[in-house]
Design a protein around this ligand. Structure first.
Ligand SMILES: Nc1ncnc2c1ncn2[C@@H]1O[C@H](COP(=O)(O)OP(=O)(O)OP(=O)(O)O)[C@@H](O)[C@H]1O
Ligand SMILES: [Mg+2]
Length: 254
């Protein structure tokens, strides 16, 4: 199948205000309808990269950034880009689920309402569709008026994924979205990711190497801000080319 580039990263350098060089000359292409895994030890720059793709680092004090990030060929840092519109296209899910102190239904409807969706039928449809895609619908369909806080941690995580999906984004960034989850919830989300990738482009920084190997169509190994090696998940996790990738995968360093 022909692969369509969705996000192109060109010579990206990112330095925080305290001088920490978090990304060093990173270039990579992320393809549509694939799950791209970025992995590597703590401090390697994974979260920084995800935030740069969503422009969540815009307000980091004194940061300096060079290089380009293109979404469908458009520079996301170009002056004319509307950041709110960008974030609607590129959603992000974090490790710590933070539902709003509202009902389940209102949690999901919140984003679409802000984006101007008022039609009750359309909102109902988004609630069912996004909860189904997040593998939560069957568990909550009879209690949509309960508080988001009334869910287990694993359910809250899926609720937060559903909130992102309700905006019908094109790209979903996931930063260790399953770090606090039980194996069953993790399996449910991993299963639904296989469906979701038919519709979306998924970039995930998994919380462990086993998950990275399970879900990756493509994988990129980051070490101290540098992209050391990238390839298909199969190639990278079974036949890494770089000694540092191999050492990390074999658990020789953390
Ligand atoms: N807001 C910040 N200000 C200054 N330095 C930061 C900031 N956020 C991250 N860093 C530094 O940037 C580097 C990359 O951090 P980042 O969080 O991107 O790594 P990571 O690969 O996501 O790590 P982890 O696996 O622990 O989540 C680290 O040296 C980190 O200390
Ligand atoms: Mg991180």
């Amino acid at each position: 199948m022909e692969r369509t580039p969705k996000i192109v990263i060109e010579h990206l350098n990112f330095t925080y205000d305290d001088g920490t060089e978090s990304l060093l000359d990173v270039s990579s292409t992320i393809y549509a309808n694939e799950i791209t895994v970025i992995f590597g030890p703590a401090g390697g720059g994974k979260s920084t990269l995800l935030r740069v793709i969503n422009r969540l680092n815009d307000l980091a004090a004194g940061k300096s950034m060079t290089g380009r990030v293109l979404l469908d060929g458009q520079d996301i840092y170009a002056k004319e880009v509307d950041v709110t519109a960008l974030r609607r296209k590129v959603g992000i899910v974090f490790a710590q689920p933070q539902p709003l102190p509202l009902s389940l239904r209102a949690n999901i409807e919140y984003g679409p309402r802000l984006a101007g969706v008022r039609d009750k039928q359309k909102l109902d449809q988004l609630v069912e569709q996004s909860l189904t895609q997040a593998a939560l619908w069957d568990e909550v369909k009879d209690r949509l008026n309960d508080s988001g806080y009334a869910l287990s941690g694993g359910q809250q995580q899926r609720l937060c994924l559903a909130r992102v999906l309700a905006l019908e984004p094109e790209v979903i960034l996931m930063d260790e979205p399953m770090s606090g989850l039980d194996p069953l919830s993790t399996a449910k989300i991993e299963d639904s990711m296989q469906q979701l990738k038919q519709l979306y482009t998924i970039v995930i920084a998994p919380h462990n190497i086993q998950q990275a190997a399970r879900v990756a169509d493509n994988a990129a190994f980051f070490l101290q801000g540098r992209l050391i090696e990238e390839g298909t998940g199969k190639q990278l996790f079974t036949k890494p080319k770089d000694k540092r990738t191999e050492d990390y995968i074999m658990g020789r360093f953390g």
